[in-house]
Design a protein around this ligand. Structure first.
Ligand SMILES: Cc1cc2nc3c(=O)[nH]c(=O)nc-3n(C[C@H](O)[C@H](O)[C@H](O)COP(=O)(O)OP(=O)(O)OC[C@H]3O[C@@H](n4cnc5c(N)ncnc54)[C@H](O)[C@@H]3O)c2cc1C
Length: 811
């Protein structure tokens, strides 16, 4: 066994084997995999091992395409061929028009990744799968590349190739401890000795938190018991002359694929069970949980009704094994929050299908610092500290129960609600608020017209359209108040704070006390890493001179890691998160200044407190810090208040607002308004796949200011010219917004991909942002948007169609 290596991957299931192989593919051969037992002795050995191309966004589709391409190549390797049935095809069934609409959207989205799904009616589904009945079903989504693979052979093939490239695999070598040293390197302690290394990777499967505990972290991953059974031969399959396509059924929560001449049928029962919550028997190796078909009776009946042939055939094997879930159903693949040189590839619930792609993207992150796709949807830092073991288990159960039921736009499921609230949450609830969840925070979406107001879930504009329109109107005409909780805010102090930030941002960010600026952070490849508002607060009785760094609610752990990892050892800079201590109340509208002036002492005139100013004050008697910034396009103030004083500030603002017709508005109104102003959302429109020039942020780049992170690469990118350009589009449709991922077509060619869309209530325009081919990025150019299966005209317009001069914001 080596005593020193570059990377130690802990775990020899599909996650670990794929990571090891891909590290060698990215050029690192001095890498090691350590497995406590034999390869694939965790969940991988008993997996149903279906491999689909279906994903909810382009990153997931892209990584699954990588799995499929890689597995095909492995299957055809004459030196070590493996069993992979690809191209059997698979159908995701639907019994509602809303599900069909979703499938049409996913087909539009996948097309941008060169993946071609088909939306089928019920008869065509039955024609392709002769064993199913069309009762209570209206159609489905066809994935032509669906199939299944032999999981043990797959892992052996990956390990074999990795070994050939120089990697080493140590079986029967349990990792017993991890020590991190001052220089951020690690020692991995095993039963057979220690291995020093630069980087560790947790690929521990259902033992993820045993390995996590060795480095002092708890990962939001919980295991569920999951069962399938295998039937005897079915004559109709034997006689069919072709393999049966796979079935995934959100109506009765089961899946089904051919296994030899019978079927393998797996279940996602409502009466489901977590596993291993109180520790895992160390001898649970190559092991299964006891069968319990009683538990799946409800879903079994649905499967029998859909496939009557099942009722006449014997079951010869039942498999019940642990499968891992996370808070939002997607795995955690990337850097471990709060740790240096530590990565994970965990929480895989479809690890055989996805594992090839996840290992690929993880290896790219480890070797190059970033992967070729934006990996936020699988980034371990996308949750914050609220994701404890109990919440994780509740969300895992909910996710398991809804395995094949995708989230609709604006759908927020009931488990684990109120995980993060402010003193105003019950106040807004009493006012009739509908809440959305942002990184665990309950955020007001809009105020319901009646208590029993429940818009229909779907991909079109829903019944809340007019409610949101009314909220926007009052912000435009009078003034509105909105709580933005969980907004990420770091306080940065120390004499070197400005020099530090200057290095982090690609533009000039104001250093003047009392002034606010917006800036962008790039990665070393010159791509967009982050966006933050910088507010310079002068020394006062509340603290020394300091910078407030404000960014998206979900960015807390991500941005903290990024900033901390770039701090020089001798730099006088301290960073502290205030995210959980303060909440923002946004006051927006032409009468916002009047409201503020009547509850906060001081001169709030345009001259004394112009746009992009910051000032400490009191709202009534609640201490507050006011920023003159706007995301709505109206005159607006962000009022930051310590949570202990939030209710007092709210009461003062409500009282002051009464004379000015102030009403509440929510996140949906904010989102609609920001589209009319060309304002972008981090991780919807601001992605690591694009540089600031491609994203239309030239005015925030200052190439002549001295060095900053990403500058060298950005200069090269600028010389090469853009591959895509972000544009604003006017969509010629009034029934539905454009959804992120949807494709823009010219004939059969995809010429762009939507990032965001919403109705602009002040302009009367259906608006979208999209990255398009540079030739298309000219005002007046048009293409056809595949809007859930219907082609509609989409025309490029100038950004900020509402008040392009910004005169309203300046007040
Ligand atoms: C019944 C069932 C059916 C499934 N069907 C499908 C399907 O059809 N398609 C699909 O894509 N996915 C399916 N899955 C999910 C899929 O099998 C898993 O996502 C995948 O196998 C997880 O792989 P892994 O490498 O993350 O974990 P594991 O396979 O559990 O591997 C983790 C490894 O880490 C090792 N390890 C743990 N602790 C240590 C330590 N301290 N030191 C050294 N080594 C350690 C373990 O021994 C283990 O070998 C199914 C799962 C189940 C239970």
């Amino acid at each position: 066994m080596k005593s020193r290596t570059k990377v130690v991957v802990i775990g020899g299931g599909i996650a670990g084997c794929s990571t090891l192989y891909h590290l060698t593919q990215e050029g690192w051969s001095d890498v090691v995999l350590v497995e406590r037992n034999e390869l694939t002795s965790g969940t991988t050995w008993h997996s149903a091992a279906q491999v689909t191309n279906f994903g909810m966004n382009q990153t997931m589709v892209g990584l699954k395409t990588h799995s499929i391409d890689l597995y095909k190549e492995l299957a055809e390797d004459p030196e070590y061929p493996i069993n992979y049935h690809h191209g059997d095809g698979g159908i995701r069934l639907a019994n509602t028009e809303a599900q069909m609409q979703g499938y049409r959207h996913f087909a539009s989205m996948a097309r941008g990744m060169d993946v071609h799904f088909e939306v089928l009616d019920a008869e065509e589904c039955a024609r392709r799968h002769p064993l199913i009945s069309t009762d209570n079903m209206i159609g489905g989504l066809w994935d032509p590349l669906d199939g299944d693979i032999d999981p043990a052979q797959l892992c052996q093939a990956l390990a074999r190739r990795a070994r050939k490239a120089g990697a080493e695999v140590y079986r029967n070598t349990p990792v017993t401890g991890l020590t991190q040293h001052k220089d951020d390197t690690w020692t991995v302690h095993t039963e057979h000795g220690d291995i020093d290394c630069d980087i560790v990777v947790n690929a521990g499967g259902y033992r993820v938190n045993e390995v996590g505990a060795m480095m002092g972290v708890h990962h939001p991953v919980a295991s569920m018991e999951h069962q399938y059974f295998l039937t005897e031969d079915i004559p109709a399959i034997k006689d069919a002359g072709h393999r049966m396509p796979l079935i995934r059924c959100p109506i009765s929560d089961y899946y089904c694929r051919q296994e030899k001449n019978g079927l393998l049928v797996g279940f996602y029962e409502q009466d489901c069970k977590t596993w291993g919550m109180d520790g895992i028997d160390p001898n649970f190796v190559n092991a299964l949980c006891p069968d319990d078909l009683e538990r799946v009776m409800d879903v079994l009946e649905g499967a029998f009704a859909r496939m009557p042939a099942l009722a006449d055939v014997g079951i010869h094997t039942v498999v019940n094994g642990p499968i891992t879930y996370t808070i939002d159903g997607a795995p955690l693949v990337g850097p471990i929050p709060g740790k240096r040189n530590a990565f994970c590839i965990i929480g895989l619930r479809a690890g055989l299908g996805e594992g090839g792609g996840h290992g690929w993207l993880l290896a790219q992150q480890i070797v190059h610092g970033e992967a070729q796709y934006d990996t936020w949807c699988i980034d371990p830092r996308r949750f914050a500290g609220h994701t404890n073991v109990e919440l994780t288990a509740l969300k895992a159960i909910e996710d398991y129960q809804n395995e094949f039921r995708f989230h609709f736009p604006h759908e927020h499921r009931p488990a684990g609600r109120n995980a993060r609230t402010t003193p105003l949450t019950p106040v807004f609830a009493a006012e009739g608020a509908e809440f959305t969840v942002v990184n665990g925070w309950e955020r007001v979406e809009y105020i319901k017209p009646t208590p029993d107001f429940h818009p229909t879930l779907g991909f079109g504009f829903d019944e809340a359209f007019d409610v949101v329109a009314a909220e926007v109107r009052n912000v435009q005409d009078n003034v509105g108040l909105c709580e933005v909780n969980g907004f990420n805010r770091f306080e940065i102090t120390g004499a070197d704070r400005h020099a530090f930030l200057d290095r982090m941002f690609c533009g000039t960010v104001t250093k003047r006390d009392g002034r606010v600026g917006l800036g962008y952070l790039l990665n070393p490849h010159g791509m967009i890493k982050g966006e933050a508002t910088i507010a310079n607060i002068a020394a006062s009785e509340r603290g020394p001179g300091r910078v407030w760094y404000g960014s998206a609610a979900a960015s807390e752990l991500h941005d903290m890691d990024w900033l901390q990892s770039h701090l020089g050892a001798d730099e006088d800079v301290q960073i502290r998160s205030l995210t959980n201590d303060q909440t923002i109340l946004v006051l927006a509208g032409p009468k916002a200044r009047d409201v503020l002036s009547s509850c906060a002492r001081g001169d709030w005139s345009k001259e004394a407190f112009p746009w992009l100013s910051v000032r400490e004050c009191f709202i009534g008697y609640a201490p507050a810090t006011v920023l003159g910034v706007s995301f709505s396009g109206e005159l607006a103030y962000e009022i930051h208040v310590p949570n202990a004083s939030l209710y007092a500030a709210y009461l003062a603002l409500r009282e002051a607002g009464e004379a000015h017709g102030m009403t509440l508005f929510g996140a949906r109104a904010v989102d609609a308004m920001r589209m009319e102003k060309g304002f972008l959302h981090w991780k919807a429109d601001l992605l690591t796949e694009f540089d600031p020039f491609e994203t239309g942020l030239e005015r925030f780049v200052k190439l002549d200011k001295g060095d900053f992170i990403g500058k060298a690469a950005l200069l090269e990118r600028q010389a090469a010219g853009p591959r895509k350009k972000l544009v604003t589009l006017k969509i010629d449709a009034s029934h539905a917004p454009a959804h992120g991922g949807a494709s823009l077509m010219r004939g059969d060619a995809v010429v762009g991909t939507v990032t965001s869309g919403d109705w602009g209530h002040r302009t009367g325009l259906n608006l979208a942002y999209a990255f398009v081919d540079p030739e298309m990025a000219v005002d007046g150019n048009s293409a056809q948007l595949d809007l859930c299966g219907t082609l509609v005209e989409a025309t490029v317009i100038a950004p900020s169609p509402y008040d392009p001069e910004f005169s309203r914001i300046r007040g």
